[in-house]
Write a protein that binds this ligand. Structure first.
Ligand SMILES: C[S@@+](CC[C@H](N)C(=O)[O-])C[C@H]1O[C@@H](n2cnc3c(N)ncnc32)[C@H](O)[C@@H]1O
Length: 221
């Protein structure tokens, strides 16, 4: 599985190279997992997002994280590691094979007590969850972000941070709809609706960070 947008960065190659190669690297088993994910083409968060998350967690000191999109459990393990033993991550994925790998990786990292994996579609699981989470990370099917937004905002603590990954479509998200390939049109339209909705909501304070394929960062006023 590949994330084609990872190869279409929205920033200059030299800057990207610095962010991926010259910033602090992950060490030990988590660093090995990151390397293996990239080698196998598993679409985990890129290294510039890893260092951003480390910085954010260091500042905000969250103890509860909700993630939509576990894949092999890399970002969930990163969050658990950043928070330390008291931190708890709940992560949702609908793809059984991914969850199998996630369970194995999390066990190998000794993080089973900190990470709860929920199997199923986030559309069914999100409405069953109760508030609140200090950090929510949405990293799943992009066409669904808009549908999941109300539940994410309901579940987010008043002083929490909602991060939505991969919203820039390799920088084409603001291109004229007529220029977008048919297979990407629905995602293009839904991401535009998401961005318009978030930035016109007067109850939110948000920004768009050019990390990876773009991270939309949302807080409540
Ligand atoms: C980009 S990967 C997640 C990567 C992971 N957050 C990391 O960085 O290590 C996206 C995952 O979202 C899952 N996914 C997509 N749509 C979903 C949905 N509606 N409900 C639950 N999981 C979903 C996919 O099965 C896939 O494993």
């Amino acid at each position: 599985m590949h994330n084609e947008m990872m190869r279409r960065p929205v920033i200059k190659p030299a800057v990207l190279n610095f962010l991926r190669e010259q910033t602090t690297q992950l060490t030990g088993p988590l660093g090995e997992l990151e390397k293996k994910a990239h080698q196998d083409g598993v679409p985990v968060i890129p290294h510039e997002t890893v260092t951003f998350m480390q910085t954010l967690f260091n500042l905000q000191k969250p103890q509860t994280v909700l993630e939509v999109g576990t894949a092999i459990g890399f970002s969930a393990s990163l969050f658990a590691t950043c928070m330390g033993p008291k931190g708890r991550v709940t992560s949702i994925d609908r793809y059984p094979l991914m969850l199998e790998h996630a369970h194995e990786n999390i066990a190998q990292l000794g993080l089973e007590d900190q990470i709860t994996l929920l199997a199923g579609d986030a559309a069914d699981i999100l409405p069953t969850l109760t508030p609140s989470y200090a950090v929510i990370f949405m990293d799943s099917a992009k066409a669904k972000y808009l549908d999941f937004l109300p539940d994410c905002l309901r579940l987010l603590a008043d002083d929490g941070v909602l991060l939505i990954d991969d919203v820039l479509q390799g920088g084409t998200v603001f291109d004229d709809d007529a220029t977008i390939a048919h297979k990407n049109k629905a995602i293009h339209r839904k991401l535009n609706l998401l961005l318009t909705q978030v930035f016109s909501d007067t109850t939110l304070v948000a920004t768009l960070l050019p990390l990876g394929d773009g991270v939309l960062m949302i807080t409540k006023k």
